[in-house]
Design a protein around this ligand. Structure first.
Ligand SMILES: Nc1ncnc2c1ncn2[C@@H]1O[C@H](COP(=O)(O)OP(=O)(O)OP(=O)(O)O)[C@@H](O)[C@H]1O
Length: 227
């Protein structure tokens, strides 16, 4: 099997050795195939976001190994983790995590900064991705003034400007109504067709029955089961 993401006996304990110790993930092993769409489903606090953060090298496991696209990322120093994220990962957050006082264009190019690329070229890259996600007409508007759906499309454009092979999404539909969720699902279908590997943490039951979903993992109290 050509796994693009592999976790081997991964545990994550926050505040290890203190009174506030929390075991977020316990000895988790899993393999995600290249170009598949995988769901992480489970109640609040079960460890889904922690799992995504480990794959994005935003946090390191307490023990165990995370391998992505042949590279062991679980012990990467921060500087290399940033390069890894930029090359491999597009992250879509529940609350979009946009910079509200910056424009759509400025937000979309954030993952590329700092960059030696000339502004003209950045504008071309941003235009392509903003066109694709139907947000180009708002490119000079500050994000604070956008509707929820526009903010979502801006967040997707930002996640994809670097054309990463892996897309991670944390509760991506939590703030969307059903029409916008439908739009988002269509975009996911297109991205999957392009060969992206997509991992979505969600408790939105609308995902579970979709044809584009290849595998569903149940996350419960830090344990992960293939369902
Ligand atoms: N930075 C942190 N410091 C301490 N504890 C944390 C931290 N991040 C998460 N936790 C704890 O780890 C456990 C797993 O949290 P996590 O955010 O991964 O769950 P989740 O399944 O994504 O939940 P939700 O659906 O509510 O986002 C929870 O008990 C949470 O309180």
């Amino acid at each position: 099997m050509s796994a693009i993401i592999s976790l081997e006996k991964v545990s994550k304990i926050y505040n290890l050795g203190t009174a506030k110790e929390v075991v977020a993930l316990k000895d988790v092993s899993l393999q995600i195939k290249r170009s598949s769409l995988v769901l992480l489903m489970g109640p609040s606090g079960s460890g889904k976001s922690t799992l995504l953060s480990l794959i994005a090298a935003l946090t390191r496991p307490t023990s165990g190994k995370v391998v992505v696209d042949g590279q062991t990322i679980s012990k990467l120093p921060d500087r290399f983790a940033a390069v890894y994220r930029r090359e491999k990962i597009g992250f879509i957050f529940q609350k979009f995590n946009l910079l509200e006082d910056l424009t759509v264009f400025e937000n979309v190019i954030v993952p590329l900064i700092p960059t030696p690329t000339p502004l003209k070229e950045l504008e071309l890259m941003a235009s392509a991705v903003m066109e694709r996600f139907a947000i180009a007409h708002k490119k000079d508007m500050v994000v604070r003034k956008l509707s929820g759906g526009e903010q979502q499309r801006c967040a997707i454009a930002r996640a994809l400007i670097d054309n990463p092979p892996i897309i991670l999404a944390d509760e991506p539909t939590a703030n969307l109504d059903s029409a916008l969720t439908e739009q988002f699902l269509q975009i996911l279908g297109q991205l999957k067709q392009e060969g992206k590997t997509i991992v979505i943490a969600t408790h939105d039951p609308r995902f579970a029955d979709l044809e584009i979903v290849d595998e569903i993992y149940e996350v419960r109290e830090g344990n992960v089961f293939l369902s």
